[in-house]
Design a binder for this molecule. Structure first.
Ligand code: UDP
Ligand code: MG
Length: 317
């Protein structure tokens, strides 16, 4: 087979039997479209038998390769590991739980061949998710887009990047990468295809409320310093308010009025206390990010690799 090589990168975390289902489905779809591809499955420290399943698939099919991270580094790190090992002319990032329909890949490849450097799959629906989930995702994407001018509305992690875009993305050294954001930030000619996000084929979503909150905070802090300016603004408005109140009290005192109001004092203390703590928290989030970046630890560690007899150049250690 000739034609461009497509690297498909899929993070895997405790997908169990889903691994075989995914490999088979992908092979079917890409085979039918006569696409030349390699599939990089990144085991993000699964605690089930996902890795042995991946290794077995790599033995059965030379186009399938596996990377095993030394522990659970999170989806973002797993995706990054896969991207750094991709040797294709274009790379497609896709979830391994079949929620992202592989059938969209041929259309994405066509868009890429027609000149787009980044092809995003945008959601037509979100059937696989609860109402709360949908609302919070919407809210977050909208807030993110508003604050950072990096458009995330209806975006997914399911995207295709051409080689120049991928190389640009890989030049970003930040520790806490946020693929959806960084792959938008780089720019390049974009196109999108609409997809239906399916229900999970098996297992359960790994996201906890805490995990999602962290992702949101990470995404925001790595793309904008707007919250810091917000703290400054809040401080300034408090200063103005205090000045007015101070002058008013002074005038009253001079004109002999009594200055009282125990409740007011307590309320003001609580309000200022809240603002001070929130402000500190915001600064703390940024400080934590700086601390993380400054330590410069590796973003993921690889424990094992699984390839067929032909080991690609990126994979040689
Ligand atoms: N995943 C991962 N590491 C994690 C959590 C998830 O590699 O710590 C993978 C998972 O195997 C799947 C994808 O990321 O391929 C999306 O995860 P999930 O389906 O749990 O998230 P959702 O679809 O609910 O956003
Ligand atoms: Mg999923």
């Amino acid at each position: 087979m000739t034609g461009p090589l497509i690297s498909v990168v899929a993070p895997v975390y405790n997908e169990g039997t889903g691994v075989e289902r995914f490999v088979a489905r992908l092979g079917e779809v890409l085979g039918a479209a006569a696409l030349r591809y390699e599939l990089i499955l990144v085991d993000d420290g699964s605690s089930d038998d996902s890795w042995s399943r991946i290794a077995q698939q790599a033995l059965l099919d030379t186009r399938v390769r596996g990377l095993r991270l030394s522990r659970n580094f999170g989806k973002e790190a797993a995706v990054l590991a896969g991207l750094e090992h991709a040797g294709g002319d274009a790379v497609v990032v896709i979830d391994s739980d079949l929620q992202h329909p592989p059938t969209a890949i041929p259309a994405m490849v066509r868009r890429w061949q027609a000149g787009a450097h980044v092809v995003e799959a945008v959601k037509r629906n979100r059937t696989g998710q609860s109402l709360g989930n949908r609302l919070s995702a919407r809210l977050f994407n909208q807030a993110f887009t508003g604050l950072t001018k990096v458009d995330l509305v209806d975006a997914t992690d399911f995207r295709l990047l051409g080689r120049p875009a991928l190389d640009a993305l890989l030049r970003m050294p930040e520790h806490s990468s946020f693929f959806r954001g960084t792959s938008s930030w780089i720019g390049f000619t974009r196109a999108s295809v609409e997809v239906d996000i399916d229900h999970r084929a098996g297992g359960a979503s790994r996201w906890t409320l805490r995990g999602l909150f962290r992702l949101a905070v990470n995404g925001l802090t790595s793309f904008t310093s707007a919250p810091l300016h917000l703290v400054t603004l809040a401080g300034l408005s408090f200063a103005a308010f205090s000045l007015v109140l101070g002058v008013q009290t002074l005038v009253r005192w001079i004109s002999g009025g009594s200055v009282a109001g125990f409740t007011t004092v307590i309320l003001l203390l609580l309000v200022t206390g809240t603002f001070v703590l929130l402000g500190l928290g915001v600064i703390g989030e940024y400080l934590a990010r700086i601390h993380e970046e400054v330590r410069g630890r590796p973003r993921y560690l690889i424990q094992e690799r699984a390839t067929g007899p032909a080991v690609p150049e990126q994979w040689v250690v």
